[in-house]
Design a protein around this ligand. Structure first.
Ligand code: HCB
Length: 216
């Protein structure tokens, strides 16, 4: 099967909520030597983007998105051990990863967390719907270590909390102790500049690259 056809089939399995078909296609793609990260960025994530667009256009509703998320999770179970194969020697720092308060979208967050772990970061995963207070508390606990804060927000509402977090970091005198990157569909470079964070990335592979760069 040509590569593009394989990626299109993976994409369609997400859009069509085909849990078993997606798992089968994912295994076949891996067996054919396709890197796990390409299966995600060129196939599965493209499907998720289409699902989001269909939801916005009221062509599908919440139960369908939940099934697409279940489908993506089935593929991620197969792909995560591949992504976890470490490419790094010495530790690059402590990555504290979290999804913003009020936000439970965790597929991209888990993917970014896995990629950072595979690229030499020690991981403290705070999970989803995390209060800024908790992020500050954990940063203070680990002060003195090389800390990278990695926040995700998938909604314009939850993204606003990132500005509050940057303000709190300044107020607590922690700005020189941490690097901060944020990502998720609504996060743009302009937003990162506006709130005074250090970086963003389009996807998990780029997030790992950017993280290594800003932690040098
Ligand atoms: Co959700 N949802 N959803 N949803 N959802 C979005 C996010 C909308 C954009 C869909 C739309 O309207 N077009 C929309 C938000 C609109 C907005 O605010 N602008 C939306 C909405 C409105 C909602 C609800 C409010 C719906 C409702 O209840 N009426 C509700 C909110 C729940 C809540 O959080 N409180 C809701 C619920 C759900 C679920 C539960 C059904 C399900 C989530 C399941 C789960 O995550 N366990 C879901 C899903 C799946 C989506 C879409 C379709 C896909 C998200 C996804 O998993 N993408 C999404 C549409 C979209 O995003 N375009 C839609 C795939 C992953 C791999 O990509 O972007 O998350 P990613 O992560 C990338 C990238 O951003 C980057 O790397 C990742 C990996 O490549 N990245 C970082 C992420 N974090 C980073 C951090 C860094 O530092 C650097 C890079």
């Amino acid at each position: 099967m040509a590569d593009q056809e394989m990626f299109d089939n993976l994409r369609d399995s997400i859009v069509n909520q085909d849990v078993e078909g997606c798992a089968k296609l994912t295994k076949e793609a891996l067996e054919a030597g396709t890197p796990a990260i390409e299966i995600i960025t060129k196939g599965l994530s493209v499907g998720m983007k289409i699902v989001g667009e269909k939801f916005e256009a009221a062509e599908i509703f919440l139960p369908q998105i939940m099934m697409s998320a279940k489908t993506m999770n089935a593929a991620m179970q197969i792909l995560t051990p591949e992504l976890q194969k470490s490419q790094a020697g010495e530790k690059k720092g402590l990555a504290i990863t979290f999804v913003a308060e009020g936000d439970i979208h965790d597929i991209g967050h888990r993917l970014v967390t896995t990629m950072l772990g595979a690229n030499g970061f020690e991981i403290l995963d705070l999970g989803t719907d995390v209060l800024n207070e908790k992020v500050i508390e954990e940063t203070e606990k680990h002060k003195g270590e090389k800390i990278l804060l990695v926040g995700s927000a998938l909604m314009t509402t939850s993204m606003l909390g990132q500005k509050d977090l940057m303000d709190r970091i300044e107020e607590e005198g922690l700005r020189d102790s941490v690097k901060v990157m944020f990502g998720g569909a609504p996060v743009s470079k302009d937003w990162i500049e506006e709130i005074g964070a250090d970086a963003t990335a389009e996807n998990a592979a780029e997030a790992a690259k950017v993280a290594l760069e800003i932690m040098k």
